[in-house]
Design a protein around this ligand. Structure first.
Ligand code: DMJ
Length: 624
């Protein structure tokens, strides 16, 4: 195509030219000038205009929904576009506010709670990934942890109560610090000789005090110590030992302690360890009747009974005090074996005749027959009755069988064992082959609390009557303290030979930091709010401080009637698990570990009530 056709202005008639050739050259020059000016302009546009890359991306890509939306529509849609922008800004603002609130919440949490939340999120994702019935590395079901209400409390408003509660926390701190300092990793502390002490009840399992104290550290908000104890459990608590242990003691202190620590803190390590230990205990049930042996070698799985027990019998308070922990083990492991074992114990008992409705302390696991007819609500019998009631309460009152067994047993106890002294003190005697022994043990004093706890559900309008019984037992047990020189209760006290609530035999005069009397004060306080129970508890605190506190911790005493204490040099693990925890709760508000959500095992380890509506398999640990 000729250039002239493209550039018509070049034929302007006024233009001078000497020849057609020279005109063409000028034209070419002008064309070149115009073309180079155009190229320069294009380069300038590309390199010198601001943020040209964005312009390009704006032209060629729609990089976000916001851009797409705001660029849509004609000029007449501009109002809609403005409205959309405002919505987006509002959304951004809302998201920011939400993030700020979340950040504020997180800042208020303790580091371990934050860690746990992260772990829970991970577990949730894992669970979603695995689908329903997913398993973790240890082949345990992945469960969503929900902390039951009242795991932590708050300071009481009344200054005196607050101060007393603080004092008890200081006592716990002293007991724990002493154990840490002189006996860390041993089962218990010898506070006078300031060294470790290992009872053969736990074979070569170590750290009874650590596991028993875990939940007390948590409820008293001693979180750093709780973390330290947790780390010890993670790294050192080992059940692969060639050792014979007491099935009952290991269950109430170790399994119970681990379960409580799990339910309070949500830390998986406790669930895993509790289940591992529970599995180790299962061989104890390999007897012709399924009534477990008292002693078990954890390595060989071989069991036997205490050599002193009547005719090779198992003990009522031992095989009858597994129910609460084993129900929770089944729940947390998805393994029904634990629950089956304890339900079978009930079946065996249901088939047997009970003399006057009472349960003898000895039962032969081979023949399924009672041994010696000795009945007691103290040592050898005590926590069997406690677990009947608590099985019903822990099942959210669905275990009707447990309920019936408890109230029937209590009726038989009232008829055959409960008596009033001439001085007006109610006591629960012991029964040997049909004859009453008018003696009550310190251990029996827990019954005041138990009867108060069950009074509300008592049949035939007996609630008031049972509350009176509970109050009477609390009074008697308080008398057993008040009638000593040291104001601490003897191991056993009698109502015969002209004495009431006093120990007459030398081997019944000791006090080993036991909790039962304080436990009863705590229940009575919760149900009546009668200030005398706090006063009685405070009297016990003063006596403990005066006579049991020594340089290296707290010690039991050999004779509560002596003018000055002779120390036995043992700081029992239950002192931290039970005595100090019940004292602390006695001076706390009722919403700390409230009874409608928690049930205490016999070692004072709180276990959550398994709520009715949460028993479906989708929610294995939805506890509220
Ligand atoms: C604790 O180990 C438990 O309370 C058990 O049921 C009986 N005795 C001790 C404390 O005295």
């Amino acid at each position: 195509m000729p250039v002239a056709t493209l550039l018509p202005f070049t034929a302007t008639p006024s233009r001078k030219s000497s020849s057609p050739t020279s005109f063409r050259l000028t034209e070419k020059f002008i064309l070149l000038l115009v073309f180079s000016a155009f190229i320069t302009l294009c380069f300038g546009a590309i390199f010198f205009l601001p943020d040209s890359s964005k312009l390009l991306s704006g032209v060629f890509f729609h990089s976000s929904a916001v851009e797409t939306n705001t660029r849509k529509g004609t000029d007449s849609d501009s109002n809609i576009a403005v409205g959309t922008d405002e919505k987006i800004l509002a959304k951004i603002r809302k998201d920011h506010e939400k993030a700020l609130v979340e950040a504020k919440d997180t800042l208020q949490k303790r580091p371990d709670e934050i860690k746990q939340d992260i772990q829970n999120e991970k577990d949730k994702v894992l669970k979603e990934g695995l689908g329903k019935g997913g398993k973790d590395d240890d082949n345990l079901p992945v469960i969503e942890y929900v902390r039951p209400p009242g795991a932590t409390g708050h300071e009481p408003s009344d200054p005196e109560t607050k101060e007393r509660r603080e004092k008890i926390k200081e006592m716990m701190k002293f007991a724990w610090d002493s154990y840490k300092r002189y006996a860390w990793g041993s089962n218990e502390l010898r506070p006078v000789s300031m060294q470790g002490h290992s009872s053969n009840l736990f074979g070569s399992i170590k750290g009874a005090t650590i596991v028993d104290a875990l939940d007390t550290l948590y409820v008293m908000e001693m979180y750093e110590d709780f973390e330290m104890a947790t780390e010890w459990v993670e790294k050192n608590l080992d059940f692969n030992v060639n050792a014979e242990v007491s099935v009952f003691e290991v269950n109430i202190r170790f399994v119970g302690g681990l379960l409580s620590a799990y339910y309070l803190s949500g830390k998986e390590v406790f669930r895993k360890k509790a289940i591992q230990l529970g599995e180790k205990l299962l061989p104890a049930f390999k007897t012709p009747t399924g009534i477990p042996w008292a002693l078990l070698n954890l390595k060989s799985g071989i069991g036997r009974n205490w050599p002193w027990a009547s005719g090779g019998s198992s003990i009522l308070a031992e095989y009858g005090t597994l129910h609460l922990e084993f129900m929770h083990l089944s729940k947390l492991s998805g393994n029904p074996a634990f629950a089956e074992k304890v339900m079978n114990i009930r079946k065996v008992l249901n088939r047997l005749d009970k003399p006057q409705g009472l349960y003898p302390n000895y039962l032969n696991p081979n023949s399924g027959q009672w041994g010696q007819h000795h009945v007691s609500v103290g040592g050898l019998g005590d926590s069997f009755y406690e677990y009947l009631l608590k099985a019903w309460l822990m099942s959210d009152k669905t275990d009707e069988e447990g309920k019936k067994l408890y109230y029937d047993a209590l009726q038989a106890i009232e008829t055959s064992l409960m008596r009033k002294s001439s001085g007006g003190l109610t006591y629960i005697a012991e029964w040997k082959g049909g004859l009453l022994e008018h003696k009550m043990g310190h251990l029996t004093c827990f019954a005041g609390g138990m009867i108060a706890l069950g009074a509300d559900g008592a049949p035939e309008d007996k609630t008031g009557h049972q509350m009176e019984q509970a109050a009477e037992i609390a009074r008697t047990c308080h008398e057993s303290y008040a009638r000593t020189t040291l104001k601490l209760g003897p191991e056993g006290f009698r109502f015969d030979g002209g004495v009431e609530a006093i120990a007459t035999r030398q081997n019944e005069k000791y006090f080993i930091l036991r909790p039962e009397v304080i436990e009863t004060y705590m229940y009575m306080w919760r149900f009546t709010h009668d200030p005398k129970y706090r006063e009685w508890g405070w009297e016990a605190v003063q006596a403990l401080e005066k006579h049991c506190r020594v340089e290296g911790g707290y010690s039991g005493v050999r004779d509560v009637y002596a003018t000055s204490p002779n120390h036995d040099d043992v700081q029992q693990s239950f002192y931290l698990a039970e005595t100090l925890k019940y004292l602390f709760l006695l001076f706390s508000d009722d919403d700390h570990l409230p009874f409608e959500h928690w049930v205490f095992n016999t070692e004072a380890h709180p276990l959550p009530v398994i709520k009715k509506e949460m028993t479906d398999t989708d929610k294995p640990n939805q506890l509220e």
